[in-house]
Design a protein around this ligand. Sequence first.
Ligand code: FNR
Length: 361
Amino acid sequence: RIPPEIACAADYEAFARERVEEGAWAYLDGAAADALTHAENLKAFARIRLVNRVLADLAGGHTRLELFGCAFDHPVMVAPVAFQKLAHPDGELATVTAAGVLKAGMVVSAQASMDMEELARQAAGPLWFQLYIQPDRDFTLQLVRRAEKAGYRALVLTVDAPVHGARNSEQRAGFSLPPDVEAVNLKAMRPLPPYMAGPGESAVFASPLLAAAPGWKDLNWLAAHTNLPILLKGILHPADAARAVEAGASGIVVSNHGGRTLDTLPAAIEALPGIVEAVAGRVPVLMDGGVRRGTDIVKALALGAKAVLVGRPVIDGLAAAGAPGVAHVLHMLRAELEVAMVLTGCRTLADIDASILWQDR
Ligand code: FNR
């Protein structure tokens, strides 16, 4: 049931926290180390000011867009979030259902806790599949084939997490996955040999995980093995964005992983303009991290993003109220976006540009 006092996406957080077990909450809501980057994602949006425009002709306005051959009613997408059964027993299925009803794009995590084919069958709109290049490259290709066959329309290759960030809040809460929640789509993966750092040995550089971590040549390899568009997620440096485009990426997701990998990275919205400049219109640029309001969405679009992805608010809606909660979150964000567009005089997404951002003189 949807709590009646909820008026905006962030209002779901308190309800979610009450309904989720402490360790799972540390995972779902947590960020790396001191959570400075996570906080910065929100604060950087707040620092940007809009300027309203009056008496504009808004007849026939809409929020539609097309990305990689997928038609969307609005630019609010569901970010890939692992293990959604931790938030609600209906897990990713609830999120897929809600995204379908709200005509929102959704990225299914490689670490989803439900079967990727089943999710695709239940989807009422286009789904994209998030992928890590796994240490076992054959297995990585099998996943790509499964995604293609199931009808996923794009691959979102996450490149900012070759090792786990310092998740101190999870450590303090003693979090581990409960036995009924697992990465079901990765089950057939050949496990890496167990690694124990010996005395005086480096725990990270010597681990087999890092030895098998993907590099730029793996992006060329992946692009040569699939016709699906590949978006690179987790880019903050303009040089990496330029190189990604040259290596065959069809899109970029500017992201700091919701502040969950390397703490003290800048806010994603602050990194966005530099990436947009480096990409120079060659491929679409999307962003995520800290999007909580319709005003955040117009700011991201004004700085050059084509669409935004939303992580924690969707999970909060899921935890608090299942599929209706997710649908409600997406609906509120879309409605706020439309209000912000009307008040800044933007009839379509194409009208949103830097002229709606307040400049200090
Ligand atoms: C994530 N994120 C993530 N990203 C990814 O590429 N693959 C994944 O499996 C996950 N899993 C995941 C779990 C949880 C609990 C969270 C909160 C996040 C990162 C996610 O896609 C996105 O980048 C951020 O969540 C965006 O920031 P906000 O909207 O949460 O502020």
